[in-house]
Write a protein that binds this ligand. Sequence first.
Ligand code: AMP
Length: 311
Amino acid sequence: MQKNYMSLLVIGSVAFDAIETPFGKTDKIIGGAATYICLSASYFTRDIGLVAVVGEDFPQEYIGILEQKGVDIGGLQVKQGEKSFFWSGRYFNDMNSRETLVTELNVLGTFDPVVPSNLDQPDFLMLGNLAPSVQSTVIGRLAKRPKLIVMDTMNFWMDIALDDLKNTLKMVDVLTINDEEARQLSGEYSLVKAARKIRAMGPKYLIIKKGEHGAILFYNDEVFYCPAMLLEEVFDPTGAGDTFAGGFIGYLAKTGDISFDNMKRAIYYGSALASFCVEKFGTENILDIDPKALIERVAKFKALSHVELID
Ligand code: AMP
């Protein structure tokens, strides 16, 4: 009998990116939020479905790479005669802040997501960076509400689609966002106050990503902080947030446990994967991580901040 659900459904951009960092510059390379999320989540589950759109310019070999990782691409539309989403960004010297140089929505401008029937009952839904109206449309097109909905977004959508964004926020369980965006969304500088205001907009859980300073999980009155790996070289932070999100939800989907304690563990795995991502340009370093290296990195993370306190 055919299985009529997937444990994890991912939506988000599948794109071309052009990146400038103090260490170099790329021409158009493969990127997009959903690309990073799927690659990262594939280290935990091979039960992934993708709903996204690309133009006819998108190389088939990259779609093949996602398929090899166990991603069901039945919901990936290829628009003939149209161009894929294109984003270009430049990082400043500290590598923690960046500016967007170009956002060409192309196929994303008219994206009407179609969720195939074998993907419409996921246990976990990851709403990667995309127009918030598309994110909410996908929720509405599912046959049942997933066990957990995680959403990512960025300043671009706050600038041009704030009302849609606030509407989608009401439907999700977890929001991942970076510190600058949390401040923009809430109008508060203090991240504690920002977290309170954002959680009042809908998501019970909020993860604020602070780049090289780690990530903070807020839930009720509880706060959990996970540092970022201290790396000798950060080459390109593009996709780190999406790789984090993919590892986070992939781990939750693998374990099936959405308790606060398990989310803490998921943040460690997400952070470990993100630390691989930033060591090379684009998706290069997360295409084929040695499972042993991943385990070692998670262990290093634990050692970085763990201590038994003796009275
Ligand atoms: P991150 O560095 O994790 O914030 O994500 C970088 C990825 O987000 C890049 O691969 C881009 O293609 C993608 N991206 C940038 N802007 C947007 C946007 N407005 N909508 C959807 N995806 C975007």
